[in-house]
Design a protein around this ligand. Structure first.
Ligand code: AMP
Ligand code: MG
Length: 494
């Protein structure tokens, strides 16, 4: 038997009072087999597991064998799901093993997802299928490589067991790494029970862990609201800039750390459409692409409600203060969004007309079903060289449709002192060539599930790790789907 190196987990969350979680371990699996281990992330987390072979890693990341120091728990939380409050959810198929300190000294959670039933499983089997595990691995790692705050994927392990979804499918476990797993819904769980002491303890835990500077603030809990709002405004803007649709922005899927979490029915859009919805469970388009800022604001308002008793002992005063903060969300989001759009368009400075310029482009893209990612990527070439316009125009149903806009954009660029090459180079750092396109994810999953072939998954993952670097031998991955390749629906797969 190999020994693990000197990796020790701690458990700050597991030291909170007992009603914050259920203490239990993962349910062992029959025959774990390592699909993927994220060595770079493991190194960043200081996990000294490099002497271990695949079989030993599979034992650990299936939950069959505990890392030293692990104090496994299932966290409790509540949440609004599509607007309906559910007073108790909780980790129904996840186990938090503990925490490590990464190379920055930041505490990070290590959680197994798909690790068996817990007291919060309700009707579920506590397991995960290989498809959703690969999807989360690909998309969360792509988000990270794109520079967007997100939970990460440390490992994927096949369990050797099957799970029953629409049919029997192979099971898998994902090891998720997060700044923490505290959600808006975690606060709601205690607030809904009128347990102000627990909510306060949780708030203080979150301040200590994620926002330590706020301890000095005259009103730390109001400042917490402001800080979470700021991180979410930035986060949602950055989703919008890469065409990401989360798909299930329920309050239990919104972290207070500001990381993207839960990649169930998410998707990156191909053709630009503000009304795009992929999630099979979002029948009314509540979480459509362009609704995401409003959805975030709604969730943050639910968060604010849980903080009221801590913000001020006079309820009216607390409401007034929290409302003042919430009233700034729309403007703050708009600022983040416009700043990012300027970068996407290669603008170093700011002019009053920039908002119109950005919106006009999106409008002509929408009317001409232009591919979101390719349009911005080809704009990088067009910024450098007018001869590249043909490739850009070819993305529009009517190739002459963007001409008037291109003219305005060129004049706007010409009013900046930087050389064309400087605009283009800056644009190539924010407009990705590669995103986890839905049809590619499906192809990788199909190969894995139907033929046990994980090589398309591994190759795609490698491409996504350097999204801003166009590579001649990887051109296929940049392409939009052919009409017969389009995937219009994504499923939670729970
Ligand atoms: P999600 O849709 O992943 O945000 O999950 C919502 C809730 O359902 C959470 O409490 C999950 O833990 C729970 N859940 C999802 N899938 C399962 C499953 N297969 N078994 C048990 N609980 C689950
Ligand atoms: Mg969730």
């Amino acid at each position: 038997m190999q020994q693990t190196d000197s990796t020790f987990l701690t458990g700050s969350y597991a030291r909170l009072p007992g009603h914050f979680f259920a203490r239990l371990g993962p349910t062992p699996v029959i025959q774990p087999r390592l699909i993927k281990f994220n060595r770079a992330l493991a190194a960043d987390l200081g996990l000294e597991l490099n002497s271990l072979d695949a079989a030993a890693l599979a034992e650990i990341f299936s939950g069959n064998r505990m890392l030293p120091g692990a104090d496994p728990i299932a966290m409790i939380y509540a949440g609004h799901q599509f607007g309906q409050f559910v007073p108790q959810l909780g980790d129904g198929r996840a186990i938090l093993l503990g925490e490590v300190r990464d190379s920055n000294g930041t505490r990070r959670d290590i959680q197994l997802k798909g690790s068996g039933r817990t007291p919060f499983s309700r009707g579920g089997d506590g397991r995960a299928a290989v498809g959703p595990v690969l999807r989360e691995y690909l998309v969360s790692e792509a988000m990270h490589a794109l520079g967007i705050p997100t939970t990460r994927a440390l490992a994927a392990v096949a369990t050797g067991e099957s799970v029953l979804r629409e049919q029997r499918v192979p099971g898998a476990i994902l090891t998720r790494v997060a700044a923490s797993h505290v959600r808006v819904g975690t606060f709601q769980y205690f607030a809904a029970r009128g347990d102000v002491d627990a909510a306060r303890l949780l708030a203080d835990y979150v301040i200590e862990r994620h926002y330590p500077a706020l301890k000095l603030d005259a009103r730390p809990h109001l400042a917490l609201l402001r800080s979470v709002m700021e991180r979410q405004a930035r986060l949602i803007a950055s989703w919008m800039h890469v065409g990401f649709i989360h798909g299930v922005m329920n309050t239990d899927n919104m972290t207070v750390s500001g990381e993207t979490i839960d990649f169930g029915p998410c998707a990156f859009m191909d053709a630009y459409d503000p009304a795009a919805v992929f999630s099979s469970i979002d029948g009314y388009g509540r979480y459509a692409y362009a609704n995401q800022p409003q959805a975030a604001q709604w969730n943050l308002t639910r968060f604010a409600e849980t903080l009221l008793p801590m913000i001020d002992s006079v309820p009216e005063r607390a409401v007034e203060l929290a409302s003042e903060v919430m009233a700034t969300f729309a403007a703050r989001f708009a600022e983040c969004w416009l700043a990012g759009m300027r970068r996407k368009l290669g603008l170093f400075g700011a002019e009053d007309g920039d908002l119109d310029l950005a919106e006009e482009l999106l409008d002509v893209m929408h009317r001409n079903q232009a591919d979101f990612t390719l349009t911005f990527r080809r704009l990088c070439d067009a910024a450098q060289n007018g001869e590249a316009d043909a490739g850009l125009r070819a993305l529009f149903a009517d190739p002459s449709a963007p001409d008037a806009w291109i003219g305005k954009w060129r004049s706007r660029l010409a009013r900046e002192p930087q050389a064309a090459a400087a605009h283009a180079a800056a644009m190539r750092q924010v407009n990705p060539a590669y995103i986890p396109r839905n049809h590619r994810i499906e192809q990788a999953i199909t190969a894995a599930v139907e033929s046990g072939d994980f090589s398309p998954f591994a190759e795609f993952l490698e491409v996504l790790s350097r999204p801003y670097e166009a590579r001649k031998d990887r051109e296929d991955y940049a392409n939009a789907p052919q009409p017969d390749e389009r995937v219009l629906r994504t499923f939670c797969g729970t």
